[in-house]
Write a protein that binds this ligand. Structure first.
Ligand code: DON
Length: 304
């Protein structure tokens, strides 16, 4: 298989891009992550794993959690969910507040912070222990029972929660928030503060490349249609106001996080996760995007 030598080459070249971005520091606990890390992992549909660099080192998944939370909400709500959150790219930063006021408290999509907060609010209405359910679902589908939430990161986010709290309260004023704001914020920060490695993430999101069937457990987690819908939204909004550039350069559905991780999907072939903590001004990993662009180019992976 040509994948391993390719990953090794991309790994050594991607490291040259370290120094061009900036580690997220608006969550103080994340600012301590060493900038020079780089890892990449691919999980194929037959469960084969290809890794490079720091692929087994856990990092804060941050907004990558939003794609998993959405899958959990799709399962429980189906299309009813779209009465409370949109499906359109926002064209604004992931933590922007401006559209919410104009659009009556309905966030543009489930991946910007406001949209993810609505998704976690919806999950909180149907789950008695939303954090436990999320953690167990991730443990099961990654095949790693040792996954843990980094409470230092979650607490640090809570201490600096004011923008997210403002969004949640604004949505509550429009009637688009059912549970206690503080409880939902705590759950949302716990989801974001889950620590996972590239290997864990490539496995946990294998269902996105496999028509909804988890490669690790063999279970049909989402329907084929729901999986196609989730991939479509990841393609148009997974990288926020840089989704167009990513679609142009890489051409895959993907979800990024300010921890520096990006999960990308090649439907019918594999799920890939890359991690490098330095971010560009849109909050996406600089070396990570470079690496995915190179992978896509080398294997001719663009969807169109
Ligand atoms: O709420 C926040 O701002 C963070 N917990 C998550 C933001 C994030 O990862 C944006 N992604 N690139």
């Amino acid at each position: 298989m040509i994948l391993q030598p390719l990953l090794d080459r991309i790994d050594s070249q991607a490291r040259r891009h370290i120094g061009q971005g900036k580690v997220a520091d608006y969550i103080p606990a994340l600012a301590r992550v060493p900038a020079e890390r780089f890892g990449m992992a691919i999980c194929t549909l037959d469960g084969e794993l290809y890794c490079s660099g720091d692929a087994r080192e856990p990092f804060s998944i941050q907004s990558i959690s939003k794609a998993f939370a959405l899958a959990m909400a799709q399962q429980r709500y189906g299309d009813e969910l779209w009465q409370r959150v949109g499906k359109e790219p926002s064209g604004n930063a992931f933590n922007s507040l401006v559209q919410l006021e104009f659009e009556q408290g309905i966030p543009r999509n489930p991946f910007i912070n406001a949209g993810a907060l609505v998704v976690v609010d919806a999950l909180s209405s149907r789950l008695s222990a939303p954090v436990h359910a999320f953690l167990e679902a991730m443990r099961l589908r990654s095949g790693n029972p040792g996954l843990r939430i980094d409470h230092k990161v979650a607490d640090s986010e809570y201490e600096h929660r004011f923008r997210n709290a403002a969004m949640a309260n604004l949505m509550k004023s429009f009637g688009n928030f059912r549970n206690e704001v503080d409880e939902v914020l705590r759950a949302y920060f716990s989801y974001c503060a889950l620590s996972m490695s590239c290997v864990d993430l490539a496995r946990a999101f294998s269902f996105l490349a496999n028509g909804g069937c988890c490669v690790v457990t063999g279970e049909q987690w989402l329907s084929r249609l729901q999986t196609q819908q989730l991939n479509a939204l990841l393609f148009t909004s997974g990288l926020y106001d840089a989704a167009g550039d990513f679609a142009y350069r890489v051409g895959m559905p993907a979800k990024s996080g300010v921890g520096g991780g990006i999960v990308a999907v090649v439907p019918g072939r594999f799920t890939v996760c890359v991690w490098s903590p330095e971010l560009n001004c849109y909050g996406n990993s600089v070396a990570g995007i470079w690496a995915l662009e190179e992978l896509s180019r080398a294997l001719d992976l663009r969807l169109f």
